[in-house]
Ligand binder design. Structure first.
Ligand SMILES: Nc1nc2c(ncn2[C@@H]2O[C@H](COP(=O)(O)OP(=O)(O)OP(=O)(O)O)[C@@H](O)[C@H]2O)c(=O)[nH]1
Length: 299
């Protein structure tokens, strides 16, 4: 979370400064409310302010840096500024000469609303572009629970479901099950840290998705192990495709944080033709055993 906030240092500072400014303005320009506090108003306005703060924090944590994030955060901050003035109004009395403070309540909010509305429209366009990119991957996934949170590939469970559909809808296609395992990944983790390990897995997964022939189904099977079903209309040599995959992994250059030298890891693989969904568990078991045997030989 801290590293995400560090990425938006300027916006984070703005989100701290504006509320402090609003608070200071009210305290300096007014005197404590003498005619009693309307607690129901405080509750309503206070919760709006709190929710706005949470939205800003969520955006800073989750959004990449860029113009759209700036627009969203600045827009919401302006609304928050007005909302805080509105809330402070419940606790303060302003003399006629300081009445500009309560008059200011509406101006930043109006500008903020326009900015946020424009930003949401841009966000919608960004989402359409991202959806289109998803469609170029091995499938279009809507439910995030169908995805592995680290790599954004199918989770093993969802992959099995997709496999069943593939066997049902494409009974005549040639199917090859491939298992890939990254070599020495635990060593990579110990040297560069778990977060960099996650970043490597994410990058590698994007590369894998884009390198696979259309119709292929890939999932993160476990840890640093990936499972792929290759679906081909004709009986072509899947060995060539598997060889290309392993070469792509071997040439996937990853730059760990604050490191100028690229790291390239290799992978070992095992593959088998599969004709029926009924054979899936036995085939997966054999492929896993084959990968473990290769590891034992290499050790
Ligand atoms: N960064 C990161 N590491 C993970 C994740 N899941 C599993 N791992 C690590 O992946 C490593 C897998 O260990 P091993 O199966 O021994 O893999 P390896 O070191 O590549 O060994 P070989 O495959 O035999 O070469 C372990 O160190 C796990 O901690 C994850 O989500 N993120």
């Amino acid at each position: 979370m801290v590293s995400h906030l560090r990425r938006h240092q300027g916006l984070f500072l703005l989100s701290l400064t504006l509320p402090i400014l609003a608070f200071a303005m009210c305290v300096l320009a007014g005197t404590p409310e003498s005619s009693g506090i309307e607690w129901l108003d405080v509750l309503g306005e206070g919760s709006v302010t709190l929710v706005l703060l949470l939205w800003i924090l969520a955006l800073l944590i989750s959004r990449p840096s860029g113009k759209l994030t700036q627009l969203l955060v600045i827009g919401l901050n302006l609304i928050l500024f007005s909302s805080l003035l509105d809330l402070m109004d419940e606790f303060m009395d302003y003399s006629a000469s300081s009445n500009w403070v309560s008059m200011m309540e509406s101006i930043p909010a109006s500008i903020g609303m326009v900015m946020t509305t424009f930003a949401v429209w841009q966000w919608h366009k960004e989402q359409l572009t991202l959806n289109a990119q998803w469609q170029t991957r091995e499938g279009f996934v809507r439910n995030t629970e169908d995805l592995d949170p680290v790599t954004q590939l199918y989770s093993g469970e969802h992959w099995m479901m997709r496999l069943e559909q593939a066997f049902a809808h494409k009974p005549r296609s040639y199917k090859t099950l491939v298992m890939l395992d990254i070599n020495d990944f635990s060593q990579f983790n110990s040297q560069y840290g778990h977060n960099e390990g996650n970043r490597y897995l994410r990058g590698l997964s994007s590369m894998l998705s884009l390198s696979l022939p259309s119709g292929a189904l890939v999932c993160r099977f476990a840890g640093d192990r990936f499972a792929i079903l290759l679906l081909q209309d004709e009986k072509v040599d899947s060995a060539n495709c598997i060889h290309q995959l392993s070469e792509s992994i071997h040439h996937f250059a990853f730059y760990p944080h604050q490191c100028n030298t690229a790291i390239c890891l290799s992978a070992r693989h095992a593959a088998m033709e599969i004709v029926s969904m009924a054979d899936i568990n036995a085939t997966i078991l054999k492929l896993n055993q084959s990968l473990d045997k290769q590891h034992a030989h290499a050790a």
